[in-house]
Design a protein around this ligand. Structure first.
Ligand SMILES: NC(=O)c1ccc[n+]([C@@H]2O[C@H](COP(=O)([O-])OP(=O)(O)OC[C@H]3O[C@@H](n4cnc5c(N)ncnc54)[C@H](OP(=O)(O)O)[C@@H]3O)[C@@H](O)[C@H]2O)c1
Length: 266
């Protein structure tokens, strides 16, 4: 489901009054929650290196209630904490995803396979896990699924793509299938494809949002998290897939105006 823009002028004013009276979120149209309640965002992969930065950015942003998913929720709550609502979930076990996604407005996934082959390899996490998340999100009423994928998923050939697939158990092949499943699902979505992930603080470099299938480069996990959170409820990011990499020639922060110039997926 897509967010519908609110019209302009008198009609818009009437619509806003009606939304306020119904306690309805302007962008999501959600009506179940009492007026003033924050929408729930679920973070799958919250224990990961990017997932933790997403939690940091969500806390800084303050617009959301955060449900953080972990295979070992008790340990995550003790070691990461952050006051979030930690829930146990394993993306290879679809039944474990239903309760955590019920009533959520947004889902962010930063999951990634932990082994090259076997039951937690890219086939079962970056593809099968994303499928299970999409299905549970649809059943749970999620309005926007923001999937962290990777540069190199689109396009063909090239040594970098070949080596990533060879070392990573065909990770880009399986990520591409996961992306396609999300795109075809009918859910509102945004697919963010970061370049090679580095540790480091956010906001120290300019970033480039790009739809060139051969875009490569690198980016910090922290900057990736800031971009991901900026897509939540952002109409200009809906139904779009794009890569994001650091670019010294871009002004720091200028990327925030670039969502509107990205083309929607077909
Ligand atoms: N490394 C790069 O340079 C690079 C570049 C572009 C894109 N990416 C992609 O960016 C994403 C984030 O990368 P990262 O380095 O932050 O990953 P990471 O630190 O390895 O974190 C992976 C996360 O996935 C979770 N996970 C794995 N299997 C799971 C399962 N069966 N059920 C539920 N959760 C599961 C892990 O949870 P547990 O704590 O339970 O293990 C962890 O939270 C990944 O999709 C990665 O492929 C990486």
């Amino acid at each position: 489901m897509r967010f519908r823009p609110i019209g302009s002028g008198f009609a818009a004013a009437l619509a806003l009054v009606a939304l306020a009276a119904a306690g309805q979120h302007e962008l999501t149209g959600e009506i179940e929650k009492p007026a003033g309640a924050k929408p729930i965002v679920v973070v799958a992969g919250a224990t990961g290196r990017t997932g933790r930065r997403v939690l940091d950015e969500l806390a800084r942003d303050g617009r959301f209630l955060v449900r953080a998913l972990a295979r070992d929720a008790a340990t995550a709550k003790r070691t990461i904490g952050g006051g979030h609502d930690w829930r146990a979930a394993d993306v290879t076990k679809p039944e474990s995803l239903l309760a955590p996604l019920r009533g959520a407005t947004y889902l962010i996934s930063t999951i990634g396979a932990t082994e090259r082959s076997g039951p937690n390899s890219p086939e079962f996490v970056d593809y099968g896990g994303v499928r299970h998340l999409v299905d549970a999100a649809s059943r749970g009423g999620v309005r926007q699924f923001v999937l962290v994928s990777s540069v190199g998923v689109e396009g063909e050939g090239g040594f970098v793509r070949w080596i990533l697939n060879f070392v990573g158990g065909d990770v880009l092949v399986w990520k591409k299938k996961g992306e396609a499943y999300l795109r075809a699902s009918g859910l509102g979505y945004t697919i963010v494809r970061p370049g090679g992930l580095r540790d480091g603080e956010p906001g120290s470099k300019g970033l480039r949002l790009d739809q060139d299938p051969d875009a490569f480069g690198d980016i910090t996990r922290a900057d990736t998290a800031v971009v991901v959170v900026a897509t939540l409820g952002n109409e200009a990011a809906l139904g779009k897939s794009f890569s994001v990499v650091a670019d010294d020639e871009r002004r720091i922060g200028a990327w925030r105006q670039e969502f509107t110039s990205l083309a929607p997926d077909r």
